[in-house]
Design a protein around this ligand. Sequence first.
Ligand code: HEC
Length: 137
Amino acid sequence: MSNITQSAVAAPLAALLCIAAGGVQADDFTDAELERWQGQFMEVVEEGRRLWGTEGLGSNRLVCGQCHPNAANTHPETYPKFQKQLGRVVPIWEMVNWCIRNPLEGEALNAADPRMIALQAYMNYERRGVAMEPGKH
Ligand code: HEC
């Protein structure tokens, strides 16, 4: 099949898929669904808030909240960005691991660890409404 024929087939197909995806809008969700999802989200935020003030993420007695009360100075809205401690552009969970390894003297968490997800949900929730500024220092 030539490239021209391929795109003649692919373009309408892609358009159809976009129309299908466009059909999934917030208006199509029921109130019960939205309430259930928000409830699950807030449970994860609350777990993050709990972890923020609880010993055990590291090996010493430090907790995140001692240096970052209410997620202060975590700046989730600036990620991904270049971090001098790691020498490259990183997502925020790598900086969470930097703090777990260094001030907390603990073992890094996997990106998909439920505790890592909860910590990120808490930081982002505390900073809700702040404009996104990826890369900013
Ligand atoms: C003893 C103090 C201390 C503790 C405890 C601590 N941090 Fe940090 N945190 C720092 C310092 C210092 C930096 C580096 C600031 C910089 O140079 O960007 C930092 C940076 C960060 C950043 C990046 C901030 C930015 O502006 O980009 C995040 C996110 C973060 N910490 C999350 C956490 C989390 C989550 C915990 C608990 C697991 C934690 N920190 C515990 C001191 C601490």
